[in-house]
Design a protein around this ligand. Structure first.
Ligand code: GDP
Ligand code: IMO
Ligand code: MG
Length: 462
């Protein structure tokens, strides 16, 4: 077997130059080429990924989204203007860069164009966005009936199991279900022969109506609107595999990947079933963009200095008390996508360590340190136990997770403002100790610390 493999590679080596059928673009580069830098959420979302990506995207040539849809909500503040991104990569604000939506993303076309229009009205940042956005032809489309089905499924869960998942109702689960069931429709379908697309669209709509007879679907109306969107979409569409291959193997380029959702919402590694429907961890970068693993470079984890969660599901360090209220109000913890109040609690390092095991973070961005400024004491979850027995791992079973007792380490607060800090030494000693505690526990260096909403409000450690 080994001989066969060796002789095979030998024969590849001996193949004369130019014998690949003239497909120069397909030749695997001899040099490693460019690597992508990845920014991922390490908790249950809303850690401040948008702000970290905005910071890095100033120097980037391409900023990509690889998974999720408009369930994500990334708020960035530039020149006092607050932009909200859901489907568009945050880096679309960089007029010198390209923004790319990869095959792993599910796209609601009205949502995409509405989001651009809304942000266009807020400030100058989005001007010319259509010239700098590229969309993979392999990305799947979210239709209005996917969104309606999302709502219906939530109703059914409530009726049958007495609880919902608390989805964003953006059609994410149903659209990824269509993808997995292999009757989904992709960008390449809608920009091809519209008559053929129409046939497949009607079949898919009928499929959903078969499952949910009460679904309100305006098939003809949606088709009319989609025909218009197809025309606006066409100039943006590209073969995502070739696009990324060129970016990775051509001249030196800085490529950034903006994670959406987060590790504990990952369909495989998250707190299933209270998760989203895509891989929000590092693997999603390869499958959602067509990037070979050898081209994944630094992976930065974004960790909020406390924990929040939107929607339903176990949350061991949740503080359903004055502390939770304080974090919620000081942190203005309302969902950017649904406006829902986010549940709040102490930082849970058991959970972040688990996220690090899956993602292999190169370094961390700690966000919202300033929100802790008024606390005399700060707790950090460091271990779980059930019935007084320590748990050696982060549990897969949600019934277990909802029963855990958390062991906390109590650290001293600093009771002073960190908002003006720009260097580690500017931070109060207790805040420095808090950061060092996190680094020591996780054995991952902290590279940035967020001390406010705006682009400038950041401490860079190295
Ligand atoms: P994302 O989904 O991970 O991009 O995070 P969101 O944008 O949904 O939520 C993070 C919120 O915190 C946004 O409103 C940001 O403007 C804000 N934010 C990010 N970093 C900081 C920080 O360091 N301090 C403060 N006060 N706000 C921050
Ligand atoms: P960003 O990128 C916070 C949560 C929803 C719900 C669950 C499933 O802003 O961090 P879905 O609509 O995806 O089927 O909902 O996942 N959720 C998020 N929570 N931030 C997000 O994204 C989220 N994306 C999904 O609240 O509990
Ligand atoms: Mg968010």
């Amino acid at each position: 077997m080994l001989d066969a493999v060796l002789s095979n590679s030998e024969s590849v080596k001996k193949r004369p130059e130019g014998s690949n059928g003239g497909q120069e673009a397909l030749r695997i580069p001899k040099e490693p080429g460019n690597k992508v830098t990845v920014v991922l959420g390490a908790q249950w979302g809303d850690e401040g990924k948008g702000k970290v990506v905005d910071l890095l995207s100033v120097e980037a040539d391409i900023i990509c989204r690889c998974q999720g849809g408009n369930n994500a909500g990334h708020t960035v503040v530039v020149d006092s203007v607050e932009y909200d991104f859901h489907l568009l990569p945050t880096g679309v604000l960089n007029k010198k860069a390209l923004a790319f939506i990869g095959n792993g993303v599910v796209i609601h076309l009205p949502g995409l164009f509405e989001e651009a229009e809304k942000n266009l009205q807020k400030g100058k940042g989005l001007q010319g966005w259509e010239e700098r956005l590229k969309i993979s032809d392999r990305a799947h489309i979210v239709f209005d009936f996917h969104q309606a089905a999302d709502g219906m499924q939530e109703q059914q869960r409530q009726q049958q199991a007495g609880t919902q998942l608390g989805t964003t109702r953006k059609g994410i689960g149903p659209a990824y279900s269509s993808k997995a069931a292999r009757n989904g429709l992709r960008v390449c379908d809608i920009v091809a022969d519209f008559k053929v697309f129409e046939g497949k669209f009607r079949a898919l709509a009928a499929h959903f109506l078969g499952i949910y007879p009460d679904l309100s679907v305006d098939i003809d109306g949606e088709l009319r609107r989609l025909k218009d969107y197809a025309e606006r979409l066409r100039p943006l569409v590209t073969d995502g595999v070739y696009f990324m291959h060129k970016a990775l193997s051509g001249q030196s380029k800085k490529i950034l990947v903006e994670g959406a959702n987060a590790a504990l919402l990952d369909i495989d590694f998250g707190t299933y079933p209270f998760v989203t429907s895509s891989n929000c961890t590092a693997g999603g970068v390869c499958t959602g963009l067509g990037v070979p693993p050898s081209h994944v470079g630094r992976v930065y984890g974004v960790v909020k200095t406390y924990t929040t969660r939107v929607g339903v599901g176990a949350f061991p360090t949740e503080q359903d008390n004055d502390i939770g209220d304080l974090l919620q109000s000081r942190g203005r913890e309302f969902g950017a996508t649904t406006g829902r109040r986010r549940r709040c609690g102490w930082l849970d390092l058991v959970l972040v360590r688990y996220a690090h095991m899956v993602n292999g973070f190169s370094a961390l961005a700690l966000t919202k340190l300033d929100i802790l400024d008024t606390l005399a004491e700060i707790k950090v979850g460091v271990a779980y136990s059930v019935d007084d027995k320590p748990l050696s791992s982060f549990p897969a079973n949600m019934d277990v997770l909802s029963q855990v007792t958390v062991t906390y380490e109590t650290l001293q607060g600093w009771c002073s403002s960190t908002e003006g800090a720009r260097h580690f030494e500017d931070l109060p000693l207790q805040a420095q100790a808090y950061i060092c505690f996190i680094e020591d526990f996780l054995q991952v260096p902290v590279k940035w610390v967020g001390v406010g909403k705006s682009r400038e409000s950041i401490v860079k450690l190295f």
